[in-house]
Design a protein around this ligand. Structure first.
Ligand SMILES: Nc1ncnc2c1ncn2[C@@H]1O[C@H](COP(=O)(O)OP(=O)(O)OP(=O)(O)O)[C@@H](O)[C@H]1O
Ligand SMILES: [Mg+2]
Length: 242
């Protein structure tokens, strides 16, 4: 579903993605983990072209990411994104947040978009909040709306960039539960997270990044119990003890 080949990316003199080769199969869940500044967010952002790449190629479902224009908008609709900070539209209701994309991009009628939107809000457990505004919801509820909004575009893959790290601890599980369900339903997902419980429960693979490189890839259990590189060992030592 997602193939990154020999991808290089610089920010000025900083080489942030170094020779990235990553393949995510249909229905596969890949967790990306690694120290701050290692390039995890940049990697996600290149997949839906919020960032350009300098060299290499990225294909989504066999199609190369176009440079710009209508084709890019269309392809971007295939790639959902859920951010750490929810990024809901503050002046739109919860239901409007979920229906806006389908009406504008998928050209659904307002009635059809609302019907689908309510189903999605129900699926993530916030249908009773549909007429409220984002600021009236808890962080966990807002993040679940953000997931419903991503799903409303019928994406082929959803990228999650630290979806629970801005949440109070008691809200983390309600978001992770929705993500685990999505994974079990066969959604293709790339998830930047340090939530090992999620990785163990739902991921097919863990990708460990450091300094812009993929240093290690393994099944979750193998990675967490028997990391190979000294960097992964060092990193896991830190996150396990804090
Ligand atoms: N727009 C930008 N312009 C310049 N440098 C950037 C930009 N975005 C990111 N960087 C730099 O690129 C490197 C990788 O950043 P990135 O945000 O991808 O890391 P990350 O692994 O997601 O880190 P974190 O765990 O803190 O979110 C960092 O050194 C960062 O400072
Ligand atoms: Mg990041």
């Amino acid at each position: 579903m997602v193939v990154m080949k020999d991808v290089q990316k610089h920010f000025g003199p900083l080489h942030v993605l170094k020779d990235i080769n990553l393949t995510v199969g249909k229905g596969e869940v890949v967790v990306v983990i690694g120290p701050s500044g290692s390039g995890k967010s940049t990697l996600c952002r290149t997949i839906n072209r919020l960032e350009t790449i300098d060299e290499g190629s990225i294909t989504i479902d066999g199609k190369t990411l176009p440079e710009e224009g209508k084709a890019l908008a269309k392809l971007r609709a295939d790639v959902g994104m859920v951010f750490q900070s929810f990024n809901l539209f503050a002046h739109k209701t919860i239901l409007e947040n979920v229906t806006l994309g389908p009406i504008k991009v998928r050209k659904l009628s307002s009635a059809k978009a609302k019907e689908e939107g309510m189903k999605l809000l129900k699926r993530v457990g916030v249908d009773n909040q549909a007429s409220k505004y984002p600021a009236q919801l808890s962080g966990g509820q807002q993040q679940r709306v953000a997931i419903a909004r991503a799903l409303a575009m019928n994406p082929k893959v959803i990228l999650f960039d630290e979806p629970t790290s801005a949440l109070d601890p008691e809200m983390i599980n309600e978001v992770l539960d929705v993500m685990v369900d999505l994974a079990r339903e066969g959604m293709t997902m790339v998830v930047v997270t340090h939530e090992m419980g999620f990785a163990r429960k739902a991921a097919n693979r863990v990708v460990f990044m450091a300094d812009g490189q993929i240093v290690e890839e393994a099944e979750p259990e193998t990675f967490f119990t028997n990391p190979q590189s000294s960097r992964a060992k060092d990193f896991l030592g830190k996150i396990l003890t804090h």
